[in-house]
Write a protein that binds this ligand. Sequence first.
Ligand SMILES: Nc1ncnc2c1ncn2[C@@H]1O[C@H](COP(=O)(O)OP(=O)(O)OP(=O)(O)O)[C@@H](O)[C@H]1O
Length: 634
Amino acid sequence: MSENKKETLGFQTEVKQMLHLMVHSLYSNREIFLRELVSNASDAIDKLRFAAIDNPSLLADDPHPSIRVGVDEQKQEITVSDDGIGMTRAEVIEHLGTIAKSGTREFFARLSGDQKKDSQLIGQFGVGFYSSFIIADKVTVITRKAGDPADAATKWESNGEGEFTVENTTRDHFGTDVILSVKSEDRDLVSKYRLRTILQRYSDHISTPILMGKDEYKDDKVIDTGEWEAINTGAALWARPKNKITEDQYKEFYHHVSHDSTDPLCWTHNKVEGKNEYIQLLYVPSAAPFDLWDRENVHGVKLYVKRVFIMDDTNQLLPHYLRFIKGVIDSEDLPLNVSREILQQTRDLRIIRDGTTKRVLSMLEDLAANRASDYDKFWALFGNVLKEGLGEDPTNKERIAKLLRFVSTGSEGKADVTLEGYISRMKTGQDTVYYVIGDTPEAAAKSPLLELFKKKDIEVLLLSGPIDRWMMQFLTEFQGKKLVNIAKGDLDLGDLADKEEKEEKEKVQAEYKPLVDEFKAALGDSVEDVRMTLRLTDSPSCIVTDPNGLDPAFVRMMKAAGQDVPEPKPILELNPNNPLVSRLKEQAAFSPEWAKLFLEQAQLMEGEQLKDPAGFINRMNTMLMDTIGKKSVN
Ligand SMILES: Nc1ncnc2c1ncn2[C@@H]1O[C@H](COP(=O)(O)OP(=O)(O)OP(=O)(O)O)[C@@H](O)[C@H]1O
């Protein structure tokens, strides 16, 4: 098809659904269309400024690009124009006919039917432009890509009902006009006064001037002077002095950079001076973004150099474990005219990255120290991401460890225990932080390994899941205290074990040696060792692992992921105070089947899958039969 012809094309199915949603569920939020269009216009100007670094002629015609919001009361139209990068015909079709972002599926999966919640999803999923159809029954876009000739502009038009048209047109300057033909029921919005109020509320932080037609009052009449006047400050918000920025402006700016319409949990705004000068304005969101676990494409911290937008790639500006942070970094020293690839390797960028990491950690420390309930919210949303830092960022490990929150045997299920708090509560003679890891929080809380600790009233941290397992490989010490997994190795309570206990342990080992030998012979290769333990008070047996070996749950995880890892053998420990165990010793009624049952029980308690579940059931049933008596059954 010739590029000049008018084409009628259908919207992608998701766009149709989106448009339907916009119009029907977001009506109560109809003012958002203006914020979205101005935000797109501002992004387009940022992109033009960036392109002009390599090709200054792009800004030669108009060195001070602006955004203009016009109102035509007669035609009932609102127009948002910008002198930005513009779009080619192909780009118009791609950007305004489909939803290119991978988040679309999640968007639809997350729709709740609750208007307020659903409207918050809009900006987050990059569907801003389509919000025009909330108030417009026809939208026309006239756009010319920077660098293209005047007659290579494109006109896009749609009534938002399934199809759109594209055709060739002309436009004097580079940039884009979005013209909304406003629905009859929304005509109250076709008013300079209304639009000005909305823009002042939502868009004052935009660093490009937003212009509107200037009115004058003459003889009690409003006269359009035909001139434009700026209605926003027009200076980048982050470059303004802190005391000139209101809380609401900080929040609005957050909505702009993050595309999240909920308010941030906290923020930090600083000018770093010295050899490297830069400004940081960084926010912690109060809602988790849908792509929190996508480690590759992380957006939300934008890099500017002397107010010129360079890139939106959080991975370059912060370590992965802080990928939830949103905001802006604006450097005075980074070179403007180098490619992004070279920029990523400069030492100055690494210095900024290190400084920004430290600043974020300070912000979190401050939140934890002064706003505990907000820190709890933060922890629930991003705690598992922050834990990655223990492995990823050895320099800041101690600071990250202080920010961790745990559930413990003393915290009644609440994740509010800090390592410092634990250490301050340690018993006299205790020099170790004890923890247990279960596959689930319930398994951890019910682990038989906790029995002795409960009896002695020693606090144990309760960890669970693969992230905790991974994290604890790196967190072996904190403030000079060792962190010990109570499922690893022979339990040595050090000074916490009294003399009698030590003697008792030796006595038990000797007394039970024949039984232990029988267990060893019965279990053969399936265990590393069998021994007696005093760590249990109720359960007959438990399994622990070699302190130097791989964690069994970790091995299970690796296997599930298709890795061939040798399975570590468990160490079976028996409790002499359990009547089953003590009777076995006394009655010499030992059978190898008993040994297998003890091992299987302990494995089940750990949440492990049995290798031979049918064998386990047979053993149980045979023993039940023996108890009931075969004769009576027959
Ligand atoms: N005024 C404009 N100038 C140039 N390109 C634009 C303009 N408005 C929209 N676009 C293009 O259309 C795309 C889609 O815009 P839309 O508002 O739907 O989502 P988005 O802005 O990409 O999403 P997000 O707001 O999450 O970044 C933009 O990414 C941009 O490429």
